[in-house]
Design a protein around this ligand. Structure first.
Ligand SMILES: CC(C)(COP(=O)(O)OP(=O)(O)OC[C@H]1O[C@@H](n2cnc3c(N)ncnc32)[C@H](O)[C@@H]1OP(=O)(O)O)[C@@H](O)C(=O)NCCC(=O)NCCS
Length: 371
């Protein structure tokens, strides 16, 4: 039987995440994600996903230090980032950096150590390239700040009293079972390739607008709508043109995405005056109450507005998503290769067989006879 898009196909057993699509619930290692977003930190949730348990105080302290020590880039890497052409997409910057790093990194390191190293350095790569693109001096990472505080600091040279909201968003984005990008990472890992290659593949998959790239499409779409009164006309136009409404729909959630529900509340509490948020809320109200295609808002609808409020450039939104999701990707790679099986699906061949090979001299000018 063909399962287009591998819909509903289970490819492995996993104890990392449970996504209950019918009831709109998401758990990391059994803990409801809302609780982690509310009470945990980036480092603590990453530890949970990588090592399968919440850390003790000492474990967390040591782990924080380890991540902080992995933040800085070598002088050579800094020069490389500086010399990249300006205006690249931030996902591509990450891919370039990781491809180079993957060729020169130690081969026989623990996979967990490799994962920590890769995740710790994402914010530095993004912030340095951002500052270079703006013609500004780079800001070196600070070890006394948490992972997310330090990211904000390296970007904007400042601290922000609301940075915990950004941290909650990263926690919500950190993991989501075998989605397209995690699957891409696993396909590569299953060939026993290196972890950097898995993450480069995952980044490529995430960039697409049907996946993480939707976050960059949401703000321009809300601007195109312009105001709350134009929501209905916009939705009807999309339906008649068979155009996807960005930030809505999901392969697994058949009801509200719990991450969207959480972020909507955050925005209501802290950014209720945002013009884009007002339009997004009205869009949700119209689509859900009219049961349009039975779709619901997904995490990208509201995370993109939050990223906008924090002042990140729009072409960095997918890379911000990746800054969190890299933890889930690497956790799955580690789990999968422990009980590895090469991922190699097949197709149902529907073409002809035993077709005659026609020499180039005998082929028609119009190519009719060529295969
Ligand atoms: C995420 C997504 C790819 C899931 O798609 P899927 O599981 O393959 O579901 P389908 O695309 O087959 O959707 C089923 C139906 O709902 C419609 N649909 C799904 N999402 C839609 C959306 N965002 N806008 C308009 N229609 C949508 C499809 O057109 C299809 O209609 P049809 O049966 O008349 O052809 C899809 O919902 C989408 O493209 N969303 C917009 C992009 C986005 O926000 N991505 C981030 C996901 S977290």
């Amino acid at each position: 039987m063909i399962r287009k898009g591998l819909e509903g196909v289970k490819i492995c057993k996993s104890s990392i995440c449970f996504l209950d699509g019918e009831n709109g619930r998401l758990y990391y290692r059994g803990i409801p994600v809302e609780e982690l977003a509310e009470k945990s930190s980036f480092e603590e949730t990453a530890y949970l996903l990588w090592f399968g348990k919440l850390p003790t105080k000492i474990e967390l302290e040591n782990f924080r230090k380890k991540m902080a020590e992995c933040r800085e880039l070598s002088d050579e890497s800094v020069r490389m980032l500086h010399n990249l052409p300006k205006g690249l997409h931030y996902i591509d910057v990450l891919k370039i950096f990781l491809s180079i790093q993957g060729s020169t990194d130690e081969v026989d390191e623990d996979l967990e150590d490799k994962a920590i190293k890769i995740a710790s350095v994402f914010p530095t790569i993004l912030a340095y390239y951002y500052r270079y693109s703006q013609g500004k001096e780079i800001i070196r990472p600070r070890k006394d700040l948490s992972h997310v505080e330090n990211f904000y600091y390296m970007m904007f040279g400042d601290t922000n009293g609301k940075v915990h909201l950004l941290e909650s968003t990263f926690i919500l984005l950190m993991e989501q079972d075998i989605n397209a990008s995690t699957f891409a990472a696993l396909v590569i890992a299953s060939t026993l390739s290196d972890m950097y290659s898995s993450i480069v593949g995952a980044l490529g998959a995430l960039k697409g607008p049907l996946h993480g790239g939707a976050s960059e499409k949401v703000p321009p779409m809300l601007e195109e709508i312009g105001n709350e009164d134009r929501v209905e006309a916009f939705v009807q136009k999309c339906l008649s043109e068979k155009r996807k409404i960005m930030g809505f729909g999901h392969r697994v959630y058949r009801t509200f995405d719990p991450r969207a529900v959480y972020l909507k509340k955050v925005l209501q509490e802290h950014f209720s005056e945002s013009r884009l948020f007002k339009i997004a809320q009205r869009l949700e109200e119209y689509i859900v109450s009219n049961r349009i295609k039975n779709i619901y808002p997904n995490v990208d609808l509201y995370s993109s507005i939050l990223f906008e409020e924090f002042g990140f450039p729009r072409n960095m939104f997918t890379a911000l998503f990746a800054t969190a999701r890299v933890v889930g990707w690497t956790a799955h790679v580690i789990e999968y290769v422990n009980d590895n099986k090469l991922i190699r699906p097949t197709s149902e061949y529907v073409g002809p067989l035993n077709v005659e090979y026609i020499s180039i001299e005998r082929r028609d000018e119009d190519g009719q006879n060529s295969c």
